[in-house]
Design a protein around this ligand. Sequence first.
Ligand code: ATP
Length: 263
Amino acid sequence: MRVRKRLKQTPLLQVQNISKFYGDLAACLNISLDLYPGEILAIVGESGSGKSTLLNCISGKTGINAGEVRYRSRNNGTIDVHGAKEPVRRHLARTEWGYVHQNPRDGLRGNVSAGANIGERLMGTGSRHYGEIRSQAEQWLERVEIDPCRIDHQPRTFSGGMQQRLQIARNLVSGPSLIFMDEPTGGLDVSVQAKLLDLLRNITADLGLAVVLVTHDLGVARLLAHRIMVMKRGQVVETGLTDQVLDDPHHPYTQLLVSSILV
Ligand SMILES: Nc1ncnc2c1ncn2[C@@H]1O[C@H](COP(=O)(O)OP(=O)(O)OP(=O)(O)O)[C@@H](O)[C@H]1O
C-alpha cells in the first residue's frame, strides 16, 4: 500500500549521486535517495561509515564535491540545496526543517529559558505576539511531557531526557516538514531512551513528518524507520523497507551488523 501511495507523490527530498571527500577519503560516495512526505529513513552503519557526513551533506551543513540535493519547498518550489544562497538555506533551516542533535547543547540555547528556546523558533517564522508565543510554548512543553511550570527554567536545570524532549519541541513548534536527527537517543539511559523513542514515534506519525535519522542502533531504526539505508566506508551497501532489511539482510555487512546485535 505504501508503494502505491508513493508512486502518486513527488519526493520531498531528492538526493542524486552525492559525494564528499576529505582529502583522499570518500566519506560519502555516489549516494542517491528519495524521501517522501511522512517517511522516516534511517541511515545505519558502524562508527566512521559516513552517516553524519551524509546527514550534514543532505541538510546543506557540509558542502559536497559532486551531486545534487533537491528539496520541494512548501512555498518556494524546488530548491537546489547546495546551489542556493546561504540565506535560503538558513530560512529553510528555521522554518520547514528541524535538526535534532545527539547532544542537546548543540541544539538548545543554554542561557535562556525553556520557553524562550521554543519561542525563538516561532519568532523566526514571524510570530510577534508574546501571549500567543508563550501559550504555544506551554502547549509544546506539555506535548513533549515536560511540566509547563518549568517554562521559565533554563535547560541546564533539566535532565538529559528532558533536554532532548525540549530540543524536539523547539524544532517542531514551527510546523516543519522535514527533520534531521543525528543519534537522538544516544547518550541516554535505556529506560529514558525507550520513553523518548515512544514520544518520537507518536509525534512523527501524528504530524506526518519526514525524517532522516542517523543511528548506529538497529533497535532505534526498527522502532522508528519505514526504510533503512546501510552504509559501509562511505557507500550504501543495502537499502529497503526496515523489516525486510533487518529480518532478511542480503549484504554480508548487513548480516554482520544484524547478527552482532542478536549476539
Ligand atoms: N571534518 C572532517 N575532516 C576530515 N575527515 C572527516 C571529517 N568529518 C568526518 N571525517 C571522516 O569521514 C569518515 C566518516 O565520518 P562520519 O562522522 O560521517 O561517520 P559516522 O558513521 O557518522 O561515525 P560516528 O557514528 O562515529 O559518528 C570518517 O573516516 C571520519 O574520520
